[in-house]
Design a binder for this molecule. Structure first.
Ligand code: OSB
Ligand code: MG
Length: 371
């Protein structure tokens, strides 16, 4: 299909409540929305690079630069037969996986719509509903945290994840576990600890956590293997896994017994599928992480999480857990049994509300074929 036009929008969405992690507090989420046109069809994608280089070195500005100066010129006006074509063309661009993933997602949506199938089907999804959880930021104290958890459990969420950071860890984990002895419960440190904190994690081993997410450095694989050896609780890597190669290294070294797949972090759905398939052969369960996406990115995550080895509930919550107004319809909702329906319409299966998208757009540029 000939790629006839591409548009980038820098968007800024105000969160319903601030999100605090070991990396800081976010009040709003900046991402890039990508629109691709071909054959009279529109494909949508979202790049999850944020305004700040705290979770990843990529930012909205670096992603915009890579998209504008390298990825878009390489495919605009060209006849792209399939997604692999585009990936081959971009291969020479090293890293910048969030930039690539945003454009790749828009192409997946475009091709799925051309073929009149859902993104879930096109990716090899098998589940009509996925299990979902919620990621809860750092709160003022244990009682505030317990209130939040009660609220989310009441809405149906199947699994609770709390963010931890030095001096906001063991006591909170112990307190939550005491209050909710039977829930699926996990923690995410976002790289806030050192291997020398090993005793803290050994104590966390007593609370029957589903997993401990990314305790050590954001690009480490080796030291996580030393920590995992000393723990019963599975370590799950997030930040450290950028590719299939990273996943292989982590699994071979026994650095992680569970992998968090975020399509943005690993360069898109193609790489996500490779990691998913590899983990399946190694009996390593995966789950779909989130980056506080708008409904466009969320639709992609939901479709991806419908693949069979997404065995644990994802950080895929209802639209209203994040934003007062989403930019798609219908909104994503959590069923009372803690599942979310996988859209069955063509492509991402939700419609972009242009009026809402315009409201959150802070900059845009359209790229057209020069005639
Ligand atoms: O580490 O999983 C993370 C949000 C932004 C950046 C990193 C992370 C997160 C979350 C929220 O935990 C997941 C979500 O609900 O989108
Ligand atoms: Mg994480």
């Amino acid at each position: 299909m000939k790629i006839e036009a591409i548009e980038l929008r820098h968007v800024k969405l105000e969160l319903v409540s601030p999100f605090t992690t070991s990396m800081g507090t976010e009040y709003d989420e900046e991402h890039i929305i990508v629109r691709v046109e071909g054959d009279g069809i529109t494909g949508w994608g979202e790049s999850v690079a944020e305004g700040t280089p705290y979770y990843s070195y990529e930012t909205v500005k670096t992603a915009w630069h890579i998209l504008e100066d390298h990825l878009i010129p390489a495919i605009l006006g060209r006849d792209i037969a399939n997604i692999s074509d585009a990936l081959l063309i971009w291969e020479k661009v090293r890293g910048h996986r969030m930039a690539k993933a945003g454009l790749e997602a828009a192409l997946w949506d475009l091709f799925a719509k051309r073929d009149s199938i859902s993104l879930s089907k096109m990716l090899g999804g098998t589940k009509p509903k996925i299990d979902v959880g919620v990621s809860i930021g750092i709160q003022n104290d244990l009682s505030a945290l317990i209130k939040k958890i009660e609220g989310y459990l009441g809405e149906g969420y199947k699994r609770i994840k709390i963010k931890i950071a030095p001096s906001y860890d063991l006591d909170l984990v112990e307190g939550v576990r005491k209050e909710f002895p039977n829930i699926l419960f996990q923690v995410d440190a976002n790289s806030a600890y050192k291997l020398s904190d090993i005793n803290l994690f050994k104590r966390m081993d007593d609370f029957n956590l589903l997993l401990i997410e990314q305790p050590l450095s954001c690009d480490d694989i080796f030291e996580h293997s030393k920590l995992q050896k000393e723990l019963k609780t599975p370590i799950c890597l997030d930040e450290s896994i950028h590719s299939l190669a990273d996943a292989k290294a982590a699994i071979e070294l026994d650095s992680a017994r569970i992998i968090n797949i975020k399509p943005g972090r690993v360069g898109g759905f193609t790489e996500s599928k490779l990691i998913h398939d590899y983990c399946e052969t190694k009996n390593i369960p995966v789950w779909c992480g989130g980056m506080l996406e708008s409904g466009i990115g969320r639709a992609g995550n939901v479709a991806l999480a419908s693949l069979p080895n997404f065995k644990l509930p994802g950080d895929i919550s209802a639209s209203r857990r994040y934003y007062k107004e989403d930019i798609v319809e219908p909104l994503f909702e959590v069923n009372s049994d803690g599942t979310m329906d996988v859209p069955t319409g063509n492509g991402i299966g939700v419609d972009v509300i242009m009026k809402n998208l315009d409201k959150v757009t802070v900059a845009k540029r359209e790229f057209l074929i020069r005639r």
